[in-house]
Design a protein around this ligand. Structure first.
Ligand SMILES: NC(=O)c1ccc[n+]([C@@H]2O[C@H](COP(=O)([O-])OP(=O)(O)OC[C@H]3O[C@@H](n4cnc5c(N)ncnc54)[C@H](OP(=O)(O)O)[C@@H]3O)[C@@H](O)[C@H]2O)c1
Length: 306
């Protein structure tokens, strides 16, 4: 597994990170398999794990804590998010006040069983919430040794653009995959400003494959329902990229990850997976170089849709 610097944080991370979110964190997903995925990822060289206080209805963080229990996490970068939490009944509540962020970080540390977080990311803040008071609070967490680096996760390019100009932000997590080439100038500017860049949703949530072909188990139905409810545009955009799943030597998921990692400004691609075979397949994408011909096909498909 290749490693890359996380901006100017002084941290190195595996170029493929494992996302502890969504179905992975849900109690309906077998605990042994969930923990086994983390343990296998570590064994295969993954050092970056990304979760969030509100992920999987609040169940992902404590589950990751159980996966790490009794293990030496000193070589890992555990990233979580603050500013949102699960308010019951499927509702996500948010509080982006500095006090709430500090309290959330302290709670995350307890849930994860860690003394220090590698990365604390504000989860979808508005630009107006990135105040001096917020950065004083985040700096306080750093000075107390509770947080190593600070970032934000936003799919709003205007917020990310604003954050790029803020010295208190070390890392940005953006939505970047074959369907989102329009993020490339933003990513280049973030890297030029010394920010670490994490690509969330690097597999485009699987939408480069037909939805019906993916329905084999309960998690597939859950992801499909999420797609139909929130990502219909993505489903349609994914159609011209189906050729990725018919390439002779690599799988479509590997090609999708290799595309993201071909961008040298990306520190890591953070994917989600609930099947061990998917995990292994995806980790095989580290170091893969796409041929010029495949890159051209991807660009052609992007010209059609994006
Ligand atoms: N989605 C968001 O809104 C969001 C927001 C902020 C941050 N993030 C971060 O980004 C991470 C990844 O996001 P994500 O999980 O939504 O999207 P993703 O990684 O783009 O896609 C995950 C989907 O791809 C499938 N998959 C994974 N490997 C596969 C393979 N080799 N072959 C076929 N299908 C495969 C998974 O299926 P299986 O479960 O069957 O393996 C799952 O349905 C999250 O865990 C989180 O850390 C996401």
């Amino acid at each position: 597994m290749l490693k890359r610097p996380l901006g100017r944080t002084g941290l190195m991370v595996s170029e493929l990170g494992f996302g502890c979110a969504s179905w992975w964190g849900k109690p309906r997903f077998d605990e042994r398999t969930a923990l086994g995925l983390v343990h296998e990822a570590i064994a295969l060289g993954v050092t970056l794990f990304d979760t969030g206080a509100s992920y999987s209805a609040g169940e992902a963080e404590p589950r990751l804590g159980r996966a790490l229990k009794g293990r030496d996490a000193s070589g890992l970068v555990i990233a979580t998010k603050a500013g949102t939490w699960h308010a019951g009944g499927g509702r996500i509540a948010r509080d982006m006040t500095p006090q709430a962020i500090v309290a959330s970080a302290e709670r995350s540390l307890r849930q994860l069983g860690l003394d220090s977080l590698g990365l604390l990311q504000l989860h979808g803040p508005a630009a107006s919430e990135l105040t001096d008071e917020m950065f004083a609070a985040l700096d306080g967490l750093k000075r107390r040794g509770l947080v190593r680096a600070v970032g934000l996760n936003s799919f709003d390019p205007a917020v990310v653009e604003h954050a790029i100009g803020l010295p208190g932000i070390d890392v940005v997590m953006v939505d970047y995959n074959v369907l989102r080439p329009e993020r490339e100038p933003l990513i280049a500017r973030a890297a030029a400003a010394g920010k670490g860049v994490l690509a969330g949703m690097p597999l485009a949530m699987g939408h480069t494959r037909p939805l019906l072909s993916r329905l084999r188990a309960p998690q597939d139905l859950w992801y499909a329902a999420r797609a139909v409810a929130h990502h219909r545009g993505e489903l349609a955009k994914g159609r011209p990229f189906r050729f990725l799943h018919r390439l002779p030597e690599i799988t479509g998921s590997q090609a999708s990850l290799a595309y993201v990692l071909a961008n040298a400004h990306v520190s890591a691609a953070v994917f989600g997976a609930t099947r061990p075979a998917h995990l292994r397949e995806n980790l095989g994408a580290s170091g893969l170089i796409l041929s010029d011909a495949v890159m051209r096909q991807i660009r052609d498909a992007q010209d059609v849709t994006c």
